[in-house]
Design a protein around this ligand. Sequence first.
Ligand SMILES: NC(=O)c1ccc[n+]([C@@H]2O[C@H](COP(=O)([O-])OP(=O)(O)OC[C@H]3O[C@@H](n4cnc5c(N)ncnc54)[C@H](OP(=O)(O)O)[C@@H]3O)[C@@H](O)[C@H]2O)c1
Length: 251
Amino acid sequence: MKTESTNKLTGKIALVTGASRGIGAAIAKRLAAEGAAVAITYSSSPDRAEAVVKEIESAGGKAIAIQADAADAEAVKRSVNDTVKQLGGLDILVNNAGIAVMAPLDQFSLADYDRLMAINVRGVFVASQEAANHMKEGGRIITIGSTNAERMPFAGGGVYAASKAAVAGLTKGLARDLGPRGITVNNIQPGPVDTELNPADGPFAESLKGLMALPRYGTGDEIASFVAYLAGPESAYITGASLLIDGGFAA
Ligand SMILES: NC(=O)c1ccc[n+]([C@@H]2O[C@H](COP(=O)([O-])OP(=O)(O)OC[C@H]3O[C@@H](n4cnc5c(N)ncnc54)[C@H](OP(=O)(O)O)[C@@H]3O)[C@@H](O)[C@H]2O)c1
């Protein structure tokens, strides 16, 4: 999708975690198209992260890629500080990096539980804590949660749903911490979005579509458009909110 630049984010600096592909890459490109300088993180796909940077640069934007495993607190803190050093500050943090592990209860390992929580919850806390040290009034923290915090209609997804419910709660509390400084904190909860994590032609696609008011997958660009609104000046009175963009999955 081609996005016409509105320049609403000109002069702003954004960090998007887990943006070498999928929803994160769409968000990074959209924020750059709106005028922000963008840092992206990745854990294991340097070539793909570099391709996202190149695409932003060839459209006239500014971007850098930083390797940082969201499960590694020191790496996450370094990614925030490198963004500030290399781009000159931090106004917008998008906590997008996340994984999904689905397995029957009797086969769900504690190692998978710990890794999923470390990336989907602990990484969000560490990045938000570090980013808040650098943000000024008007700062934005936006987390990509999931509609599964509201509705988990099949077996095996309890830990993923718990991680996304945790960030919904974290969002409420952090909004209280940072509200007095004029920084907003919100949680976007997508439904099924066509990415490598959840392909629209994958094994679950038909059953998922059957659960929705709009029986189709969303796109990364649709999620990115909502993020751009929450990152911009028009959303200044929204904070502590978990907002569904899910084709009516939880309706
Ligand atoms: N797709 C959906 O249907 C859907 C629905 C609701 C919510 N979400 C949420 O949206 C977010 C993005 O999902 P997606 O569908 O775009 O996933 P994806 O296609 O699997 O992409 C995940 C991105 O995160 C990065 N990443 C993975 N583990 C990481 C780690 N430990 N540290 C840093 N980066 C890491 C990946 O880069 P590397 O390969 O370099 O690690 C990749 O760039 C997740 O939080 C997910 O839970 C997705």
